[in-house]
Design a protein around this ligand. Structure first.
Ligand code: DGL
Length: 257
């Protein structure tokens, strides 16, 4: 029986995990939330890379996963190339999958991205979009405050709405498609959609489909396990993750790598 490893800096990867669970009902899942070190997006690239490799080495060498999903844009930007050469198993990230979907649905090739400061700094969305569709206009806005608020349990308040609005208002009017370039943001997409009326892209959908293309369907199995590892506050992670996952998390362990 196969095991798919999924990781993020915290609860954001739950937005990807949800899609993975739908696409791969027969596979075991190990999710790692590195919440002790979240947010990754405020750190420098070398630091992010080092944190990511600790987690991915744990999943690959210690837990012997059969495929790895980098359910984090910041980690994808910092480390996907290294991981794809370091391991002999399929490794998928979220960025090229988000771009693929955005380019499929945009009508005017004016694409906005909201992401962490590190993702914006690495320019991965900009470069991936322009590589695939050079005539596109790409606008990136970093949203340094969102991850912490989501990790702590999002509160739908006037302040939090104004914060989202202030980020969205930074885009030019002609943007017709917005990529949620941080896996935490799909968890609050219902609030983002109050302020952005165009297409909203959650890269998780294409990410799980791209993994399906690589590894196919797992063999029928009714005893699948879902194990969660978290490096930070276990109870806080569990509460927020269960809310977004819409199911109880039974097997969760704290570990600091
Ligand atoms: N959820 C992650 C991302 O997609 C990282 C958020 C963070 O830790 O800054 O970029």
């Amino acid at each position: 029986m196969r095991t798919i490893g999924v990781f993020d800096s915290g609860v954001g990867g739950i937005s990807v995990l949800k899609e993975i669970l739908c696409e791969f009902p027969n596979d075991n899942i190990i999710y790692f939330g590195d919440s002790l070190y979240a947010p990754y997006g405020d750190k420098n690239i070398d630091e992010i890379r080092e944190l990511c490799l600790k987690v991915s080495d744990f999943l690959v060498f210690n837990k012997k996963v059969d495929a790895l999903v980098i359910a984090c844009n910041t980690a994808t930007g910092a480390a996907i190339d290294i991981m794809q050469t370091r391991y002999t198993l399929p490794v998928v990230g979220v960025v090229n999958n988000g771009v693929k979907e955005a380019l499929n649905i945009t009508k005017n090739n004016s694409i906005g991205i909201i992401a962490t400061p590190a993702t914006v700094r690495m320019n991965i969305y900009n470069d991936t979009i322009l590589n695939a569709a050079p005539m596109s206009s790409v606008f990136q806005v970093e949203c340094p405050q969102l991850v912490k608020l989501i990790e702590n349990g999002w509160v739908d308040s006037i302040e939090s709405n104004n914060l989202i609005k202030s980020y969205i208002d930074s885009f030019p009017e002609n943007i017709d498609t917005l990529i949620l370039g941080c896996t935490h943001y799909p968890l609050i997409s219902q609030y983002i959609s109050r302020h952005f009326l165009g297409n909203i892209v959650n890269p998780a959908n294409e990410t799980s489909k791209s993994l399906k293309k690589l590894i196919g369907e797992g063999e029928k199995n009714i005893n699948v396990s879902k194990t969660f590892f978290v490096s930070g506050d276990l109870l806080k992670f569990k509460k927020v993750a269960e809310e977004f996952l819409e199911q109880p998390i039974k097997d969760i362990r704290k570990i600091i790598l």
